[in-house]
Design a protein around this ligand. Structure first.
Ligand SMILES: [Zn+2]
Length: 409
C-alpha cells in the first residue's frame, strides 16, 4: 500500500478516536473550558448551619472571629468566613399546645447572644452572612411524619439542633415524607422563598444576596423564586440535586455547574473541597485543595459546618487551631493570596473583571490542562490515544513562554 495512504489512514483514525472522546465527554470538557481562570489565588471559607440552635455558637463565633482577625492577605484584608444562616426552629411548647407548626426566630431572646456574636463579626468584617434557609427542613414534612423521634424532636422544650434529624429530612425544598421524595407545590415554594428572604432582611437589616440550599437539594423553581426576591447567587457542590432517592440520598442531579455559570438572574459558585477538622479534613487537607485550585486557576471555595466548633471542647479547640494554621500557611505559600466572601467572588466572576480573570486563551491553557488532568476517564483515554501528550506539551509551552504564538489570541 502507498505509504502516504497509510499515514493518512492512521491520522484519520487518530482524529476519529479523539473526536469520539470529545463527543462522549463534551459536558465535562465544556465545563473545563467555560469556567473562568483567575489571575491570582483566592480562598473562600464557607461555614453552614449557623443561627438558631445551641447557645454554644455565641462563644464559638467570638473565637472564630478572633482567629480570623489575626491574619491579613496581600491587600491587608482579614479573612472572611461566609456563614450560611438558619433563621428558625420549631417552638416545641407552642406546637404541643396548638398541634400546629410554630417557629422560634433568630431574633427571639433565646438566641440573643448568638445574634450578637454574628453582628459583631459582621461589623468587624470577618463574617459575611448568607441565607441557608428559614428552616433547615420543610415544616409540613416534619409535622406529617409518623417517626416518634421526629415527633419528639419537634415538640421538645429546648430549641433543637437540626443536625439530629435524619439526613433526608434536613432537605428543605422537597417533600421527603415519602421516599423517593415528591416535588413541593409551586405556590408553596414561592411563598416560602419570599418569606425567608423577608425574614432575613428584617433580622439582618440587609437582603440576602447569596443562598446555600440546605443539603444541596433544590430545584430551578426554587431558584426562580429566590431570584424574584433579589437573590443573586446560589452556592453549589458542582451539581443541583433535585430530590431524595428511594434510599434517602440526594439524587436527580443536574449539571455539571461551574463557577460563573448562570441561569437567568442567578449566578453560581461551586465549592471545590472541605475544611472539616472534626472529620479529618484539617489544615493540611485544605491546603492541598488550595494547591490544586491555584494550579487550575480556580477559587478555592471550602465547605465547613458549625459542628466543628460547637460540640466537644477539645474538638472545638482543635478546629480553631487548624483554622489558624490553614490561614497562616495559605498566606505563607501564596504571598499573592486574597481572602473574600462568596458574594465578592460571585460579583467579580459575574462582572468578568479584567483585574481578576485571565482573558488570553493562550494564557488560560496551563490552568485548563491542570483541570483536564484531574477529569478522570477522558484524561486516561487521551493518554491512550497520545492526545494528552500533545496537550501537556502545549500547556508547558504556554506556561513557560507566557507570550502567545501568532495563531492564538
Ligand atoms: Zn446545612
Amino acid at each position: 500500500m502507498n505509504p502516504g495512504l497509510v499515514i493518512g489512514l492512521v491520522l484519520l483514525l487518530w482524529l476519529a478516536a479523539n473526536g469520539l472522546i470529545v463527543l462522549a465527554y463534551r459536558r465535562t470538557l465544556g465545563a473545563i473550558w467555560r469556567e473562568p481562570v483567575l489571575r491570582r489565588p483566592v480562598l473562600v471559607l464557607e461555614s453552614d448551619d449557623w443561627g438558631v440552635g445551641p447557645p454554644a455558637q455565641a462563644a464559638a463565633l467570638h473565637d472564630i472571629a478572633e482567629v480570623l482577625g489575626r491574619h491579613r492577605d496581600a491587600d491587608a484584608r482579614a479573612p472572611v468566613m461566609s456563614l450560611a444562616l438558619v433563621l428558625a426552629l420549631p417552638d416545641g411548647q407552642a406546637i404541643r399546645r396548638t398541634g400546629q407548626y410554630r417557629r422560634l426566630l433568630l431574633d427571639d431572646r433565646r438566641f440573643a447572644d448568638v445574634l450578637g456574636a454574628l453582628r459583631s463579626g459582621i461589623a468587624q468584617g470577618v463574617f459575611a452572612p448568607q441565607l441557608h434557609g428559614l428552616e433547615h427542613f420543610w415544616p409540613d414534612t416534619l409535622m406529617t411524619s409518623s417517626d416518634p423521634d421526629v415527633k419528639a424532636w419537634l415538640r421538645q422544650d429546648q430549641p433543637a439542633a437540626t443536625e439530629q434529624l435524619p439526613a433526608h429530612l434536613q432537605s428543605r425544598w422537597v417533600d421527603a415524607s415519602v421516599l423517593p421524595s415528591r416535588p413541593l407545590d409551586p405556590a408553596a415554594i414561592a411563598a416560602a422563598a419570599t418569606a425567608e428572604v423577608q425574614t432575613y432582611r428584617r433580622i439582618l437589616s440587609v437582603p440576602p444576596k447569596v443562598v446555600v440550599p440546605p443539603t444541596f437539594v433544590w430545584t430551578l423553581e426554587v431558584e426562580r423564586a429566590w431570584a424574584a426576591s433579589g437573590v443573586e447567587c446560589v452556592v453549589t457542590p458542582g451539581w443541583r440535586f433535585t430530590r431524595r432517592d428511594a434510599q434517602g440520598l440526594p439524587g436527580g442531579d443536574e449539571g455539571p455547574i461551574v463557577n460563573a455559570d448562570r441561569s437567568g438572574a442567578i449566578g453560581y459558585l461551586a465549592r471545590c473541597d472541605y475544611f472539616e477538622p472534626a472529620r479529618g479534613r484539617d489544615a493540611a487537607y485544605a491546603l492541598a485543595a488550595l494547591e490544586r485550585a491555584v494550579a487550575q486557576g480556580r477559587p478555592c471555595v471550602l465547605e465547613n459546618h458549625r459542628d466543628n466548633f460547637i460540640n466537644d471542647a477539645a474538638v472545638r479547640q482543635r478546629s480553631l487551631d487548624e483554622l489558624d494554621r490553614l490561614l497562616r500557611d495559605a498566606s505563607a505559600r501564596h504571598p499573592d493570596l486574597r481572602f473574600m466572601s462568596s458574594l465578592e467572588l460571585h460579583r467579580l466572576l459575574r462582572d468578568r473583571s479584567a483585574d481578576w480573570l485571565v482573558a488570553s486563551r493562550w494564557r488560560r491553557l496551563p490552568a485548563l490542562w491542570q483541570r483536564f488532568r484531574r477529569a478522570g476517564r477522558p484524561c486516561r483515554l487521551a493518554w491512550l490515544t497520545g492526545a494528552a501528550l500533545l496537550g501537556a506539551a502545549v500547556a508547558r509551552l504556554a506556561k513557560a513562554g507566557g507570550q502567545a504564538p501568532a495563531f492564538a489570541g
